[in-house]
Design a binder for this molecule. Structure first.
Ligand code: PHE
Length: 477
């Protein structure tokens, strides 16, 4: 493995130096750090719960394998070929206005995502703190749920941790790709994985484990709607950091002879493993203690403390788990901020310091309404919650949910579609094949990948989007 200190730069097509990952494994870890985060451990279990498990999980897995992985390969290749953040990448690869627009949409979306992601990351930091201070040692499920509701409604707590998280992200991104971004992931990610395996092993012994398995993997229930299918697709992009330029940007630091196909499959497999482990850690508690699987964004915060309270040394386990989850969120948050920072450096010629400080401040500000959205008493519920036809009848959503819904289920699928169509149909065939095959031990998979990217990915995304908008009569299954 190459040494990790001191920036390595290499000339880009335009002659300006650009940082590189220190090694292939450094890239895989950083990209896995971007992928694995709150999406896998907080969001996936909660949307699985809301969407009734089973079929939702199956469709999600199909979206990962057939749609998201080919797009990840395309994003990394586009970044590597151009050595640019999304807007510059589309331009340098020959894209006109429309394509630059897709890049811009990604940059804006990733900023919006970071603004509320930081609020959830703040909850995990607060829970690490609560656990360490012993305040989490509740065994009554009602009390644990009430505790989360109280945290969610506390404007001061939400704001303080949101800002703390944004400061950590800013500090890391300021230090640059290798010194800052890469270092965090090297040993903390394996530690998180080991801890999740241990917690899952423990969950196996709970009475509710069988019910949890059936809920997550059993193909049951006819409650799958067209919107759930869109949500599964949107989440496959969210969790793999696709459709908003993060993998394009990280790809722009990848070495010329790295094996992009193998790296993409590795990153996606690790993320999927962690997402499934998260479900197998959480749902046994849900079913053992008679909690609601569809509890929504508070699911892990209302479930895991009960599990920890039952374990010897539970406070220490809980502290470590929530702290590691905050670190996983940090490595994802870093990749999100890195996109907008790299964009400003590439397009406006800003220094890293100027780009990081200005944009992080703007995103932190944008996150304030999300941080306050549980504290409806501050503004009165009319401000924070509304219902629109877009979300389906009777579903009130606040600022936070609205951002998350629009980003994940609209902007990311459109962004992913843009990358797929661009790389599959617009990029020069010779350049595309060269880009795929450079360094790849899977060169023979080129045609399969291209076929997926040309046909299945665009058709899949378009059909799922139209279906959710009601084009084919609305309900599925
Ligand atoms: N993939 C990250 C997660 O699952 C979320 C993320 C979104 C990261 C956008 C970067 C950019 O937590």
């Amino acid at each position: 493995m190459a040494p990790t200190t001191g920036p390595t730069t290499a000339a880009t097509p335009s002659g300006t130096p650009r940082e590189r990952w220190s090694s292939r494994i450094g890239f895989v870890l950083a990209a896995t750090g971007s992928a694995v985060g709150l999406g896998s451990i907080w969001k996936f279990p909660y949307i699985t719960g809301v969407n009734g498990g089973g079929w939702f999980v199956a469709i999600y897995l199909a979206c990962i394998a057939l749609i998201a992985v080919p797009i990840m390969v395309a994003e990394i290749l586009l970044g590597r070929a151009t050595r640019k953040a999304p807007v510059g990448a589309f331009r340098d690869a020959g894209g006109g206005r429309l394509w630059r627009g897709v890049g811009w949409m990604g940059v804006v979306t990733v900023g919006v995502i970071l603004s509320y992601y930081s609020v959830v990351a703040g909850w995990t930091m607060h829970y690490a703190w609560l656990s360490a201070s012993g305040a989490l040692r509740q065994t009554d499920p009602q009390a644990v749920s009430a505790q989360f509701a109280a945290v969610h409604a506390d404007a001061g707590v939400n704001l303080a941790w949101h800002l703390a998280f944004m400061l950590l992200v800013t500090w890391t991104v300021l230090r640059g790709v290798r010194a800052g971004v890469e270092r965090w992931n090297r040993w903390l990610m394996p530690l998180l994985l080991a801890m999740m395996v241990a917690l899952t092993a423990r969950a196996v012994t709970l009475d509710g484990f069988g019910a949890a398995l059936e809920f997550v993997f059993g193909l049951h229930g006819a409650d799958l709607t067209a919107r759930s299918v869109l949500e599964a697709l949107g989440h496959s992009f969210f969790t793999l950091s696709l459709g908003m330029g993060a993998m394009i940007t990280y790809g722009s630091y990848v070495g010329d002879d790295d094996d992009v196909a193998v790296s993409s499959v590795t990153i996606s497999a690790l993320d999927t493993l962690i997402s499934l482990l998260a479900c197998l850690m959480i749902f046994p508690i849900t079913f053992t203690f008679g909690l609601a699987p569809g509890a929504g964004p508070g699911l892990i915060f209302a479930n895991l403390p009960i599990g920890f309270a039952q374990m010897p040394g539970g406070a220490a386990w809980g502290t470590l788990f929530f702290a590691l989850l905050a670190v996983a969120a940090l490595s994802s948050g870093i990749s999100a901020l890195e996109v907008v920072v790299a964009h400003a450096m590439d397009e406006f010629g800003w220094s890293r310091a100027r780009a990081t400080l200005t944009l992080a401040a703007a995103i932190a500000l944008l996150g304030v309404p999300s941080a306050l959205s549980g504290a409806t008493t501050v503004f009165g519920s009319g401000f924070a919650e509304w219902t629109t036809p877009l979300f389906g009848p009777g579903k009130g959503r606040n600022w936070f949910d609205t951002f998350d819904w629009l980003a994940s289920n609209l902007a990311l699928p459109l962004g992913g579609l843009g990358v797929a169509v661009f790389v599959a149909w617009r990029m020069g065939p010779a350049a595309r094949e060269r880009a795929f095959c450079a360094g790849s031990s899977w060169a023979r998979a080129y045609w399969a990948w291209l076929w997926l990217l040309r046909w299945l990915v665009p058709l899949g995304v378009i059909v799922i989007l139209l279906n959710a908008l009601g084009a084919f009569g609305g309900r599925l299954g």
